[in-house]
Design a protein around this ligand. Structure first.
Ligand SMILES: [Zn+2]
Length: 386
């Protein structure tokens, strides 16, 4: 399987259960600097307070942890990130919109200490966090977010040390969950529909490579570029996550950054439908066929998959591998119905040759187009809402 699948597997591992804070706010997610003898949570804050009292102690972050809370009024989740610091600091923050939504927080007066460089979240409120030193005495936190934030959606503040309760100086980052645009009202036809097409891979990432050296990224882009004008002729508004041979986030970015840059195009454009186009690959060159994957997060994901698969499979002439539920990042983290198609196996020499032909690429574009048209008609018949 190609890198996307590997990414999905590793992402599944990253889906850490969020720790629920206890009364002391002490959900210990990573206390990397704690000495073995100090690992018990009740002792961790003692250690931080003691190190604060040590005049020679380095000014640094000593621990980072987070917890999810449910807002009693709105019912929405809130992510609270708490950093213990060895001495008082000041904080500054800003939102970065491009290439993906990010929250940047500078902690002035403390280095990153021994905390980890990266943290992964479950993606509902934050995707990941990177920690870097920014100058001699400043730590920079960059949080990758699934959706753009407004200023009112987050708060960054400090809490003074509270030695009586064994609490060190702390920096707190609260981020509220956005209400995603998941109200559907699907009507028949493609007119005025917003469709985001995602040609898999690109730039520094070729995707799978066939025995004849065909790169997955080339075929996926060719099909998306043939599909776009067909949809536009029917009145749809179409965005491609990339329109040439490039990385969407940037060259050699992490897999999460690259994939979240793609879902962001769909989420920020309030797309009705997201279609990610890929080519399959396997170690055995006999493996063949065409398949469509979905993640059932709305009432329409499976319907979208079957509408497209039932159109592309006969048009391709390839083995029909059907529709399959899958936990792939791009179909899970898009808020609208989404599918990921695998248009044949690049590792199969016959299918590799076929997918290089203009005829096959056009057939795939035409049949995805017909599948999308069929989807909107069927969704409308089902009521179109949610
Ligand atoms: Zn792929």
């Amino acid at each position: 399987m190609h890198r996307l699948v590997m990414t999905i597997i590793s992402l599944a591992i990253f889906l850490l259960p969020l720790q629920v804070s206890n009364a002391a706010g002490d959900a210990a997610v990573g206390a990397p600097d704690a000495k073995p003898a100090l690992q018990a949570p009740s002792l961790k804050n003692d250690a931080a307070v003691l190190s604060k009292l040590d005049k020679n102690a380095k000014k640094q972050i000593t621990a980072l942890r987070w917890a999810n809370h449910i807002d009693a009024v709105t019912g929405l989740s809130k992510l609270r990130l708490v950093l213990d610091v060895s001495s008082p600091v000041t904080v500054g923050s800003s939102i970065i919109g491009s290439p993906v939504p990010q929250l940047s927080v500078d902690i002035k007066g403390a280095g990153p200490g021994d905390i980890k460089n990266t943290y992964e979240f479950d993606g509902r409120i934050a995707e990941s966090l990177t920690v870097t030193a920014a100058g001699a005495d400043t730590t920079r936190l960059i949080m990758q977010l699934p959706l753009m934030l407004d200023e009112s959606d987050y708060k960054v503040f400090t809490l003074r040390a509270d030695p009586a309760n064994n609490k060190p100086f702390r920096v707190v980052i609260d981020i509220g969950q956005k209400i995603p645009p998941i109200k559907f009202n699907f009507t028949a036809g493609l007119k005025d529909k917003v469709i985001v097409l995602d040609p898999g891979h690109g730039g520094s990432d070729p995707g799978a490579v066939g025995p004849g050296k065909t790169m997955e990224k080339t075929i996926t882009l060719a099909v998306a570029q043939r599909l776009k004008p067909l949809l536009e002729k029917s009145g749809a508004k179409v965005f491609l996550t990339r329109n040439d041979d490039r990385d969407v986030f940037g060259p050699n970015a992490s897999a999460v950054d690259e994939l979240s840059a793609r879902t962001t195009v769909a989420n920020n454009n309030k797309a009705d439908i997201f279609v990610s186009i890929h080519i399959n690959s396997f170690t055995n060159p006999i493996a063949s066929g065409i398949a469509t994957y979905y993640y059932q997060k709305t009432p329409y994901d499976a319907l979208l998959a079957s509408s497209i698969q039932s159109s592309i499979a006969p048009a391709s002439g390839l083995l029909n591998r059907g529709i399959n539920a899958a936990n792939f990042y791009v179909i899970k983290r898009t808020v609208m119905p989404a599918v990921l198609t695998e248009l044949g196996f690049i590792s199969n020499p016959d299918e590799e040759k076929l997918m290089n032909t203009a005829d096959f690429q056009q057939k795939m574009a035409q049949s995805i187009y017909l599948g999308l048209d069929k989807f909107f008609n069927q969704a409308a018949r089902l009521g179109g809402g949610q």
